[in-house]
Design a protein around this ligand. Structure first.
Ligand code: C2E
Ligand code: CA
Ligand code: CA
Ligand code: CA
Length: 278
């Protein structure tokens, strides 16, 4: 029995070890990729549900590694968060996204850019100064930058977030609560958060054409948002049926494969051109 226990332990530790090695490999490769400017951004349009106009583009990080292949953000972002690389990565994403947004403005497309921000990154000393510096460097007006923060991250650091969000409000930077509805949310905090938009998580959108109660939930989220003067966007919209339900729920904006997948900057600009002339 003793040796079996020993084997079990060994098996367990080898499993752990393999995971740790894989993570270390990703960390090292990510460090290199950042240094050599090998990450890219894809952009996914956000449309006004009433007039179909493109109001913004969400920037999503992409990484195609020489040896690891395509690594999904759901894989490398958590590792970047755990290793502190998220600060460098986040600053890079912001710089790139702001410069791209300015370029679109110069080309005649007055859209916003949405950038995902990790709570670790936001809580780092000097974060707001970095954002201001990046906006100045890009020559982008603050109101065209939207920072997406997840509901669960904000609630985890609710007390600390309040002041930071107020500061962004005073700067004119937009704030969206990402993945709304998936975390535990306190309405009293929501009221204290200076945010501009809530983003209904795609899990609710997925249910909307198959379950009647999902429509009720979305209607309730939209009502809460509107009562606080916020815009409401739904993410992960894949079908016409879903979009019609969202419109009937008075949702303001949509984003999802129905309109476009996240795409390289040049394709995103082509989308803007088609949207404007159609
Ligand atoms: P997210 O912010 O919730 O982004 C939405 C995810 O849903 C994206 O996955 C997007 O490609 C995908 N998506 C968009 N439309 C549809 C649709 O109609 N159907 C389906 N099934 N999926 C759709 P992606 O690009 O793999 O990103 C995953 C997550 O990685 C993001 O979730 C975000 O939390 C994180 N992430 C990506 N880029 C960054 C970044 O630059 N910084 C930080 N901190 N996080 C990032
Ligand atoms: Ca997002
Ligand atoms: Ca989301
Ligand atoms: Ca998400």
């Amino acid at each position: 029995a003793k040796s079996a226990g020993g084997n079990r332990y060994q098996f367990f530790s080898e499993g752990l070890n393999q995971k740790a090695q894989e993570r270390a490999a990703i960390e090292a490769a990510l460090r290199e990729a950042l240094k050599n400017d090998r990450l890219t951004l894809h952009y996914q349009p956000q449309l006004d549900l009433r007039d179909g106009k493109v109001v913004g583009m969400e920037a999503l990080a992409r990484w195609q590694d020489e040896t690891l292949g395509a690594v999904a953000p759901n894989r490398f972002i958590p590792i970047a968060e755990q290793t502190g690389l998220i600060h460098e990565l986040g600053a890079w994403v912001l710089r790139k996204a702001c410069a791209q947004c300015k370029q679109w403005h110069q080309d005649g497309y007055l859209v916003s850019v949405s950038v995902n921000v990790s709570i670790k990154q936001m809580m780092q000393e000097g974060f707001s100064e970095m954002v201001v510096g990046t906006l100045l460097e890009a020559g982008l007006e603050p109101r065209y930058l939207d920072l997406e923060l997840t509901e669960s991250m904000l609630m985890e650091k609710a007390a600390e977030s309040v002041a930071l969000l107020r500061m962004f409000k005073s700067l004119g930077v937009q704030i969206s609560i990402d993945d709304f509805g998936t975390g535990y949310s306190s309405l009293s905090y929501l009221k204290n958060f200076s945010v501009d938009r809530i983003k209904i998580d795609q899990s609710f959108v997925r249910d909307v054409t198959v379950r009647d109660d999902a429509v009720g939930i979305i209607k309730a989220i939209v009502a809460i948002g509107h009562s606080m003067g916020l815009k409401v966007i739904a993410e992960g919209v894949e079908s016409q049926g879903e979009e019609e339900k969202l419109l009937s729920c008075r949702c303001d904006q949509v984003q999802g494969y129905l309109h476009a997948r996240p795409m390289p900057a040049a394709e995103a600009e082509a989308f803007l051109e088609r949207a404007q002339t159609s």
